[in-house]
Design a protein around this ligand. Sequence first.
Ligand SMILES: Cc1ncc(COP(=O)(O)O)c(C=O)c1O
Length: 486
Amino acid sequence: MSRHADSKLDPSAEEIRRWGDAAVGWMAEYLHCVRELRVYPETTSRDIRERLDEELPTESLPFLKVLDTFREVVVPATRQNAHPRMFGYVQAPGTAIAALADLLASTLNANLTAWRSTPAAVEIERLTIDWVKQIIGFNADAAGLFVSGGSMANFAGLAAARRAKAPDELMRKGAQAFPRALRIYASEETHHSVAKAAAMLGIGSDNVRYVAVDERFRIRIDDLEAKINEDVAAGHLPICIVGNAGTVNTGACDSLEQVSETARRFGLWMHVDGSYGGFATLAPSARACLAGIERADSISLDPHKWLYLPVDCGCVLYRDPETARATFAHEAEYTRVIAQQADEAFAVWDYGPELSRRFRALKVWMLLTSVGVRAVGESIEKDLACARHLESLVRASDDFEMLAPVELSIFCFRYVPAGLKGGPEEQLDAFNERLLVALQRDGSSYLSNARIHGRFALRGCVMNYRTTHRDMEILLMDLRRLAATL
Ligand SMILES: Cc1ncc(COP(=O)(O)O)c(C=O)c1O
């Protein structure tokens, strides 16, 4: 390689500082004024490509020019997830500290495969996993690691369930080694990543049995037990119950104490999907809803949700480290850990699906140390209060109605224009669908949608330390303003 090419890949300290100043300068400005931006861009795929398309670059462009394109083309054509009225899906805003931590993690480029690969980084992961266990009130001896997100955490938890409860030939010889269907039970409100994990694990998505829910969208224990008994009588092998600590549609929390009791009586693995709601244990007013989470055999959590971190950072905890190890450990000469003390012989790849892993723990550690869990808990409490504020505004109005109770920070409701009151439900569905599209295009506030008892719902989730009660009021004003134009 020529000296010239080298210097492009390995800039001088002065250049790095200049580029870094420009990038961090943008970051400070952006985070400071994100409230003023449109939540959702007015753009098309064609618009974006017209501004971005270029031949495969053979020669170099100055970094500051590339940064200009990022600022002028990429940023405005992106949904602003840090915006206080971004209520769609389950979306955290990220934090400045965690963004800087990601920069540092990528600079160090630590690869968290095993202790010997990067000793201090692995110790930070172990320490922060211990903190997460304390937050949840989980077994101090449990194992755990950071993964890409809640979907991967559900996959890992269900893989451990299969290892623990199904014959172990299944892992070595495949599904044909065991003729009975393995069965997983979860409420019909459960996130689709559970069925996806069942499909990827060879259990089969049809072998996830969806259990009916009560009026608060919590798993019905009578239906759960009836389905398990039915499956046992039919010769199937029940292996696992998935409990929800905050469902994606309505934020419902299953009665995890009862789920745990049923799992114990039938000898099943209990996995809790706490991807959305798990960290609400930091907020006193949510704790009762999540009681029993600590009884799980495995738990999915998403620091990139209610720890407000930028993607990606999910987390899986396993009560019994040995089962997790038996699920994921594979011997290979290139990964063999040679003669070290137990603590230093630790290999993270023995506990999850990935080998090369970025230093996700750094942003968890930097956030928790520099902000502290008290402030995070207070912010979660504020998010919960914003959702309850919206619920009380809706209940006091005569043009909106709630479609589900607010359990955590998710709210499902709809607009009921005077002309459609008492009319066919299909017309209200169609009207609200149009209203949602109008809101998303308008750019002041952003909601997503859900189906509640078959009806179309406007659905929002408050997960942002910038969101205030006033933002909830603006959301309703935006909807009324747009409804008048439809
Ligand atoms: C309850 C629940 N489980 C799992 C997931 C999947 O998480 P991720 O997007 O991090 O894979 C989500 C995402 O919103 C969720 O709300």
